[in-house]
Structures are given as C-alpha cells and as structure tokens.
Design a protein around this ligand. Sequence first.
Ligand code: DGL
Length: 263
Amino acid sequence: MSKAIGVFDSGVGGLTVVKELINQLPQEDIVYFGDIARVPYGIKSRETIIRFSIENMLFLLKQEVKLICVACNTVSSVALPIIQKYFRVPIVGVLSPGAREAVYASQNKKIGVIGTRGTIKSRAYDLEIKQLDPKVKVKAVACPLFVPLAEEGWTQGDVPLKIARTYLAPLKEAGVDTVILGCTHYPLLKPVIKEVMGKNVLLIDSAKQVAIEVKKILAQEGMLNAGARGTQRFYVSDNPEWFGQLAKAFLGREVKNVEKVTL
Ligand code: DGL
C-alpha cells in the first residue's frame, strides 16, 4: 500500500493547503491533523510551539506518512529548523515557497508580510526574503484579528474592512507592490485585503507554491502515487463537528469523517 502525505496545522486553516494539494496531486492520500484543542498557536511562546509541533509530527508519523507538510505559518516560522533536525522524513513548510514567489514577483523590491504575532515576531519571512535578495525592503505586520474573523465567516462588510484598513496602513505607507498572506486563514480575507491594498498590489497565497514543492520532492524521491483518486482522513484534538463545518470555508466542502484523537 502506498503511503499518504501528512499535513498538520494548529487548527482548521491548514485546509487551504489541503485544497491545493488535492488540486495538484489528486492521486495522493492525505492525512490531516488539526490541533483544535490548543489553537491558536500564533500567540504562544516559541518553546510551546516547538513542543506542540513535535507531538503533531509524532502523531502523523504513526500514520506512516511519507512526507509531512507543515501548513501552519506560525510553526513554519518558529519551529521548522528545529523539527527538521529531529526527523528524517521530508518536511515542507509554507514559508520558503511563499517568500520565493514574492521575491520573484515584486517589481519595486518592496514586499509586505502579514501573519500572526508569532510569525511576525520570529522575523523568519524577513530573513528568508533577505537571503534570496538582500536589496528587498520588507514591511511586516501582525494582523491577529484576521484569524477569528475568518473562522466566524466575517470576511466581508464594514467591520473586516475597517480592521484591514487599520492593520494594512503601514504596508500602504511603505509602498509595497507585493504582500505575502503569511497565515493559513488570510486567503479567506483576500477580497477585503485587495480592496484596501488596491488592484496593483499582488497578494501571494503560498498554498499553491507549497503544493508544487511537495510534488517536486515526491517526484525526486520516486514517491509519487499513481492510480486511483486519493482519499483524505481528518484528525483533530477537539471539536470534530466544528472542524467539519468550518471545512466548507477553508476546503470548499464540509467533511464528515473527522476523528477526535488524544496525542
Ligand atoms: N495556523 C496559524 C498560522 O498560519 C493561524 C492560527 C493560529 O494562530 O494558530 O499562522
């Protein structure tokens, strides 16, 4: 039996990455773990995020996955280098693919990054971008209220618009021509972010690039699945019904086969 791709996130947001993986790798089986019991990670300390990430990795490895995709931007920013040191399985984070695309796309070499407090405080995006092109200027801001807005489905209208205007003002002032949506939830707020930033500013949603990277690694390692359409299994550490309902916004469909597990 061929092995599945493992994906984990602090909660439901990583389903935006699963959606792209299904699009680009329809033959692959996917095992998803959402740490609903301990979400949000974006406000937790580095030590805690590393500990949670190791536990999530161990759970997915027990499911015998062949590659693990860290769909959470906060984990990718704060813990990825550490977990990559401890595990031999290929691990793909969401940070490098998004940073690469932004550096490639930016014309004026001014890039904005938005994410959770943890992601922004880590400065991981800044460092990654500077390594790719030291001339790029990065303006990074945390937008913590975007996560609950996306989960509430409150992605249109005056309230999100006002919040987005306030958060994004420094990016507009800095004159960025490209913005990395550095959080699993932010693709849901794309229309509002676009309205504030203007149509000439490019929004980078790294999920697509992540799926391309996963495909590349599986091809290189000779681990691509051939044959029938893949299946998806969903595990959470709490509240499977809530996860199943929210899946509609993040994955495009509700999911019923969600199992609660204790790590
Ligand atoms: N998944 C997180 C991220 O992409 C957002 C939610 C959280 O704070 O846990 O950074």
